[in-house]
Design a protein around this ligand. Structure first.
Ligand code: ZN
Length: 405
């Protein structure tokens, strides 16, 4: 495979002009390809090397989240015009020779937070070793599983009109509770913007309005879909001339929802990509958000314990068909169950973020309770985690935990 874009893991990402960390329509293309081309794109990890392979979570606690995500691109496809669909096949995903490990963070409530931050407010870290397709962590014993490597973040540049729309609606949300911790959303922040190959004067102006990369939006972006692995195919709406495809935030594995926020197994890596165009495809297929086809290759986990959650919160308060509340209860139920086998709550939380856990909306009409389900694959544990008449035996190697700050 021809390497179209290389990154240097020993140089700060803000010094590499093939990398950017904001969305803006005027970001210059760093490479051009023809429809039908296949090529390799290397990516730094989403924090740009801020997190180390050690036993302290101080780096997670102090991570500068205004710098994320560091993306490689944008890549132009000759002939792409607004209204086309860019067909992106992910031919392969892999690790880089000098980055043979991954990390998972539980972010501190005051710096990022996560889905269960009210229950687990402190910074924690797990480091993972890779063994071919398998991974295990010294911080979470008795678990090993096959990864479904995928880009957490991939998408095309927005148009000016779309960018203005994002900024308007996100600002309106932010202003409803500007003091909230964690914040309701991440507004443009010029100080740490890295605008790729833009000229300094132009970049300084654009950085004031350039969108942060945190949420998924109409262009795809940070969708964190665990099944977007090698062999899958995505149809992206094109908003600017040449399209401008950027990618990064590669995960070795992730559970549905990426619930700890830095919840996947994060890594630097490469993506092998093939691009094509469907002229006028946005209109032809009524596309608003990208659509995708899954891979014929995926790890096969078929034995699960399925935890239910309903839209009644931790205080017993009834919510109306609230899937957010229901999925949180499913996660909390799974964590309390795993704790019976010797895991700490933080370890169990990290397992839900990283292992090939499935999240489903099972019921959304049975007033007043939504029913969300969390599928925990039982074969990832090296002991029997199913219920039986003798009760749970503590099987987890004692004395281990995630790294603390
Ligand atoms: Zn990620």
């Amino acid at each position: 495979m021809k390497t179209l874009i290389k990154v240097d893991l020993n140089t700060p990402p803000e010094e590499q002009d093939v990398i950017h960390n904001r969305w803006h329509p005027d970001l210059p293309m760093v490479a051009m390809v023809e429809p039908g081309d296949s090529f390799r794109v290397e990516c730094v990890d989403w924090t740009g090397g801020q997190i180390k392979n050690d036993d302290s979570a101080l780096d997670i606690k102090e991570v500068d989240l205004t710098k994320v995500h560091y993306l490689t691109g944008p890549i132009g496809v000759k002939g792409a015009e607004p209204g086309d669909l860019m067909v992106v096949e992910i031919l392969d995903v892999g690790v880089l020779d000098d980055f043979q490990w991954g990390f998972t963070g539980l972010f501190a409530k005051e710096n990022g937070g996560g889905f269960l931050t009210e229950h687990y407010p402190d910074a924690r870290k797990a480091c993972w070793d890779f063994h071919g397709i398998y991974t295990s962590s010294r911080h979470i014993p008795n678990v090993e599983f096959a990864g479904i490597m995928h880009p957490g973040l991939i998408g095309c540049l927005p148009s000016k009109e779309l960018l203005d729309n994002w900024n308007k609606r996100e600002r309106e949300l932010f202003d409803t509770d500007p003091e909230r911790v964690p914040a309701l959303c991440t507004l443009p922040y010029a100080d740490t913007a890295h605008m790729g190959r833009m000229k300094p004067a132009e970049a300084a102006e654009a950085a004031k309005e350039a969108a942060r990369t945190v949420p998924p939006r109409e262009h795809g972006g940070n969708c964190d879909i665990k099944n977007l692995t090698k062999g899958s195919k995505v149809y992206f709406p094109v908003y600017v001339k040449d399209g401008g495809l950027s990618m990064g935030d590669i995960h070795f594995s992730q559970g549905d929802g990426e619930i700890t926020f830095c919840g996947a197994i994060e890594m630097a890596g490469y993506l092998d990509i093939r691009v094509k165009l469907i002229k006028g495809g946005v209109e032809k297929y009524a596309i608003v958000n990208p659509i995708f086809e899954p891979s014929p290759l995926e790890p096969r986990y078929s034995n699960f314990l399925i935890f239910e959650g309903i839209s009644v919160d931790e205080n017993g308060q009834q919510h109306y068909l609230d899937v957010h509340v229901a999925y949180r209860q499913a996660c909390l139920n799974a964590i309390e169950y795993m704790k019976k086998f010797g895991y700490t709550g933080e370890q169990a939380y990290a397992i839900l973020g990283t292992a090939p856990v499935e999240g489903h909306i099972s019921g959304i009409v049975d007033i007043p309770n939504a029913c969300a389900t969390l599928f925990l694959p039982t074969d990832i544990f090296d002991f029997n985690i199913k219920p039986n008449a003798d009760g749970p035996k503590t099987e987890v190697t004692p004395g281990t935990d995630l790294a603390k700050a």
